[in-house]
Design a protein. Structure first.
Length: 92
């Protein structure tokens, strides 16, 4: 689930938001201007794409730069939401 989510995020950044990606994207790369170049509107677009694709809710307060400072932590946050949704669905 982690690798699939990571690839989806990178595809959205490259193909939907139209930001160039470095040849090698490490998990430690920052999301903001000093890394992938996601500013606030691009981040909103990415979140909307993730919510639509995976049926999850990503509250803005859970995505503060201090909580998800880089790609790896962002992917982890999305995977955690997907896992919680799957666990909730399985419990019903």
């Amino acid at each position: 689930m982690h690798e699939e989510t990571r690839e989806f995020i990178l595809t959205v950044i490259r193909d939907v938001i139209n930001l160039p990606l470095p040849a090698q994207v490490e998990d430690g790369i920052p999301l903001g201007e000093e890394g992938l170049g996601l500013e606030s509107l691009a981040m909103i677009e990415l979140v909307l794409q993730l919510e639509g694709e995976y049926g999850i809710d990503l509250p803005e307060e859970d995505l503060e730069p201090q909580l998800v400072p880089n790609l790896g932590r962002f992917v982890d946050a999305v995977v955690d939401r997907r896992s919680a949704l799957a666990a909730g669905s399985a419990a019903q």
